[in-house]
Design a protein around this ligand. Sequence first.
Ligand code: ASP
Length: 360
Amino acid sequence: MVAGQSRRKFLGSVGAAALTTCLTGGTHAGARVFENGAQKAGALRPFGFVIHGGAGTVERSRMTPEREKAYRDKLTEALLAGFGVLEKGGASLDAVVSAITLLEDSPLFNAGKGAVFTSAGTNELDSSIMDGRTLKAGAVAGLKRVKNPILLARLVMEQSPHVMMTGEGAETFAAQMGVELVDPKYFHTEERWQQLQRIKEAEKNPPPKKSKLEREAAPFDEHKFGTVGAVCLDRAGNLGAGTSTGGMTNKRFGRVGDSPIIGAGTYADNGTCAVSCTGDGEYFIRSAVAHNVTAMMRYGGKSVEQSAAAALERVGKLGGTGGLIALDGRGNFATPFNTSGMYRGWIGPDGRPHVAIYKD
Ligand code: ASP
């Protein structure tokens, strides 16, 4: 069973005044269908986008009103930024990049400025992007100086013959492309640093009866949320997806998770859907989650909701936790997660941003 499973749809019309929104469905599945009350054949064109800010242990009891407001405000700002692009007829990937750069610049999320620390006390950033129309993709991993990794992922896709670049080579390419490089200290935030210290302290007093491997994996259960992602459907009917992360606190030097892996953390295909994942990267890589969602739609004829839920269920069966956002070419989308919460939001043609954090 996938907790937090949700199924929704947004549809738009060329004339915003004709839009009436109706809300149906219960909260368990979170089923909400946004429909245009004045549908005219040919006039309807769904567009919109869905974002996430990471899945993990997010409990109401441990959240202060100020902190919750800060998350909601930033997610709303990102939704409106992307919507602004779409409303003007902009391309899917432009909306994805505008929302993700905003979230990367916020210390609230584990991407860009708020990236978590590796076991060596460094910040190593990963990101990827994919164009559903062309199936072109770009990815970067192990960056230490690139302010906005999603921008570099896009340049790898558009300005190089490659799909993935890592570490120093990727940063040399960034310099050649004029992408902003920062001193690694830019990524230092006190909160993330303290998270690393707490995990290091816990490592010194490991719970008994656990194997060395289990003890090493245990710290990943804490403080891992905050990865950001966006999936978008533009007015031309093109899908796009992007993901950006600092990875997992205390990850080993050089470790790469699912976020920059096309097919694991990110995938987009106009014929099916666009996907961005968050969670225990190792499990998402092993079950090729993002591509799995699209494959179930393409070869299994399943809906985006069914495919997203089934792909996440496989992760859960392996022992992994997390969530994903998936949006199809008709404006149907799903935001399932098997953790206590996932920062997420969506916006359709009515321009009203919706943000959610917990299961209900
Ligand atoms: N999936 C990311 C990683 O494994 C972490 C996360 O989404 O929380 O690097």
